[in-house]
Unconditional design. Structure first.
Length: 206
C-alpha cells in the first residue's frame, strides 16, 4: 500500500464531519468508518453504507447480505476479504442510523463529496466496479444510469470513467439484502444472465 493511500485512510478513519459539522441532523452515534482498500485490488465493491451489524463488527458485508453477494460473485469469504484483491468502499463509510420504521437511513450527504474522488485516484489497479444499489449507480454512472435501478441493472456491464483519466467496467447490481428477495423473484433474468456474467468477470480478475 502506498504512503499516500495510508495517509488518506488515516484521515478517513478519523473523520467526524457527519457528527461535528453535519449538513443537517448530526450522526446519532460515534462515527466508525468501514472500508477495505489497497493499491493492488482489481475489483471494487461499492455499496450503500454499513448497517447495524457491520457498524458493530467493523467488517463490511458481515451479514446475510454479504452471504448473498459472495454467492453472486462465487467467491469464498477468505477471497472476499482479501483486500489485496477485492476493495470495499461504500458510498457512506459510517452507519447512518435508522428511520422511524427501523430501516437504514441513506448514506450521509457529507461523505462522498469529501472523500470519494481522492480515494478512487489511489485505487490504481481497479478495473471492475460492482455498483450495489441505486446510490452507487447514480454517483458513478451519472447520466448513464437508467431511470430506475431495474433498468440500470438490466442493461448489464458497461464501461465508465472511474476517475478523470481512467476507465473501468461497471456491473450494476441490486442490493443483496434479503428484503429484495421479491425483486429477484420478479426479475429472473438477473440470476439467469447477470449473475453468470458477473462471475465470469470476477473470475478473470482473481
Amino acid at each position: 500500500m502506498s504512503q499516500t493511500l495510508d495517509r488518506l485512510l488515516a484521515e478517513i478513519r478519523s473523520c467526524r464531519i457527519c457528527r461535528d459539522c453535519p449538513e443537517r441532523t448530526p450522526l446519532p452515534h460515534e462515527p466508525r468508518p468501514v472500508l477495505r482498500v489497497s493499491t493492488t485490488a482489481r475489483i471494487l465493491i461499492v455499496g450503500q453504507a454499513p448497517g447495524t451489524k457491520v457498524h458493530a463488527s467493523g467488517k463490511p458485508f458481515d451479514d446475510r447480505s454479504g452471504d448473498r453477494l459472495r454467492s453472486w460473485m462465487d467467491v469464498p469469504p477468505e477471497v472476499f476479504y482479501d483486500e489485496t484483491r477485492i476493495a470495499i468502499a461504500p458510498m457512506g463509510f459510517c452507519f447512518p442510523g435508522q428511520d422511524a420504521k427501523g430501516g437504514d437511513l441513506p448514506p450521509r450527504r457529507e461523505c462522498a463529496p469529501l472523500w470519494r474522488g481522492r480515494l478512487m485516484v489511489e485505487l490504481r489497479s481497479v478495473d471492475l466496479v460492482l455498483l450495489v444499489g441505486g446510490y452507487a449507480q447514480r454517483w458513478h454512472l451519472g447520466q448513464n444510469a437508467g431511470a430506475t435501478l431495474t433498468e440500470t441493472v438490466r442493461a448489464g456491464p458497461r464501461s465508465f470513467m472511474f476517475t478523470e483519466n481512467r476507465q473501468a467496467l461497471a456491473v450494476p447490481l441490486p442490493h443483496p439484502s434479503w428484503r429484495n428477495t421479491g425483486w429477484l423473484k420478479s426479475n429472473p433474468w438477473f440470476e439467469a444472465g447477470i449473475v453468470p456474467a458477473l462471475r465470469g468477470l470476477v473470475g478473470q480478475r482473481l
